[in-house]
Structure formats: C-alpha cells, structure tokens
Design a protein around this ligand. Structure first.
Ligand SMILES: Cc1cc2nc3c(=O)[nH]c(=O)nc-3n(C[C@H](O)[C@H](O)[C@H](O)COP(=O)(O)O)c2cc1C
Length: 150
C-alpha cells in the first residue's frame, strides 16, 4: 500500500496539514512518502496506489503556478485506477475559498478515483485533527478493500 503526498506551501500552513496527514498514515502502518512539489519526478506517481495533493490557493482562487505541471500531468498520465485526494488551506475572506482545491477536485474526479477532499481555514486547528483522521481513514478503507479484492 504505497501512498505519495505531494504538496506546495508558501508560508507553512499547507505543510503543517500534510505533515499531520503523513503521520496519520504512518499510524495506520501505511507506506507513505511526502514530497514537496519541487522534489518530485511527476512521472514516478504512476508507481503509487494512492496520491494526496496538498495546495494553498493564490491570486483570485487560483492554483499556485508551481502546481500546474502536476495538474496537467494528471490529465494525461495513466492514473484511472489511482486513488486520489485533495487537501488545501485557504482564507474564506477571499471570494473563492480554497479555489485551488475545487479546481484539482474537478480534474481528479474526471481522471482518477477521487475519494476525499478537505479544505482547512488558514491554519490547522484542534478541530481539524479529526477531519484529517477521517480523510486518512477513507484512504485506509479503500486501500484495504483493494487488497481484499485482489
Ligand atoms: C496574494 C494572496 C492571495 C490569496 N488568494 C486566496 C484565494 O483566492 N482563496 C483562498 O481561499 N485563499 C487565498 N489566499 C490565502 C492562502 O491560500 C492561505 O493563507 C493559505 O493558508 C496559505 O498556505 P501556505 O501557508 O501553505 O502557503 C491568498 C493569500 C495571498 C497572500
């Protein structure tokens, strides 16, 4: 059960969330690797059963430019069976709260097996920990289900 988490974070909010998600996967004894987008060879993602994307939102509800190559890669790679999830931080003071999460969600829904979405208001709060647990448990259940079927 191999999971990759790929993320971008300018001021650290998204990084904190994906680090917690990584810990929660490890607690479930799931093999997980955390990559900052700059560290990843995007084509290597086809080797993972599941991919979680973490992103902040920029401009007017936009995906950060460094995440665009990843976005377009998912449109063209053979990832139909890959389980995916998208998590992001944003500020609801902006008209398009977590707009980048919405954009990724819509694309991943079309090209992959999207199973979970999570939006966090700016930075991780105590009450978000349970939401992150739920996010990870959805992956755990789907990964186990796949092993059972095989
Ligand atoms: C110039 C600028 C534009 C932003 N635009 C949006 C936006 O359109 N929607 C949103 O939800 N958040 C927006 N944000 C808020 C960031 O997404 C939010 O602070 C996020 O937690 C930053 O994540 P990071 O700490 O991982 O870099 C914007 C922030 C800045 C500074």
């Amino acid at each position: 059960m191999r999971v990759a988490i790929v993320y971008s974070s300018k001021t650290g909010n998204t990084e904190e969330v994906v680090q917690l998600i990584q810990k929660l996967f490890l607690k479930e004894r799931i093999d997980v690797t955390l990559y900052r987008i700059e560290e990843l060879q995007i084509k290597d993602l086809i080797n993972y059963e599941a991919v979680v994307i973490g992103t902040y939102t920029w401009g007017n509800g936009e995906i950060p430019h460094e995440m665009m190559e990843l976005y377009h890669a998912f449109e063209t790679m053979d990832v139909k069976r890959t389980l995916t999830g998208i998590v992001g931080t944003g500020d609801s003071g902006y008209p398009k709260f977590c707009g980048a999460v919405d954009e990724f969600r819509d694309m991943l829904y079309v090209h992959t097996k999207l199973i979970a979405t999570l939006k966090i208001e700016v930075s991780l709060q105590i009450y978000d920990i349970d939401r992150c647990r739920k996010f990870v448990s959805i992956f755990r259940d789907q990964l186990i289900k796949r092993q059972t079927i095989r």
